[in-house]
Design a protein around this ligand. Structure first.
Ligand SMILES: [Fe+2]
Ligand SMILES: [Fe+2]
Length: 165
């Protein structure tokens, strides 16, 4: 049986993952409207991945006989000024998510909820990858600077992302 506090925080994290999915979909739309269809595809897959993260929380809550609380999903911002700004937001967002996962791990430990703690370990590892990937793309965009060819090359490369990555 999940403790009330743990159940509430798992539901909040589920909402945060749905928001992540929303955010990356908004970013995908931004790149699509700017004709960077490769980065748009990368972002759309990222959005789907975040949806699957939310569903991991959903399934865990059900399995642990918890209550699902689907709450309002915040609307992400609509436009960005540059690819660099998008990836700056992405890095910041992933850092925020990492912090909320860590807080959740701390709570599970405090509440001696070992099962939830183990469930969360996958997300701890995943966040290392999420932050590293976003940071790497941001660094490349900074290197590219105003060079349009560089950005088109990056677009081509990110467009190769497969759904399982
Ligand atoms: Fe996530
Ligand atoms: Fe993420």
């Amino acid at each position: 049986m999940l403790k009330e506090k743990v159940q509430k925080s798992l539901n909040q994290q589920m909402n945060a993952e749905f928001y992540s999915s929303y955010l990356y979909l908004a970013m995908s739309a931004y790149f699509e409207s700017d004709n960077f269809s490769g980065i748009a595809k990368w972002m759309k897959i990222q959005s789907q991945e975040e949806y699957s993260h939310a569903m991991k929380f959903y399934n865990y809550l059900l399995q642990a006989a918890g209550k699902i609380n689907l709450s309002l999903i915040e609307a992400p911002k609509v436009g960005w000024n540059s690819a660099e700004e998008v990836f700056q937001d992405t890095v910041k967002h992933e850092q925020k998510i990492t912090k909320s996962i860590y807080d959740l791990v701390d709570l599970a430990a405090e509440e001696k909820d070992h099962a939830t703690n183990i469930f969360l370990q996958w997300f701890v590892t995943e966040q290392v990858e999420e932050e590293a990937t976003a940071m790497k793309i941001l660094d490349r965009i900074k290197l590219i600077g105003e060079n349009k060819n560089g950005l088109f090359y990056l677009d081509h490369e990110l467009g190769k992302r497969g759904a399982s990555n």
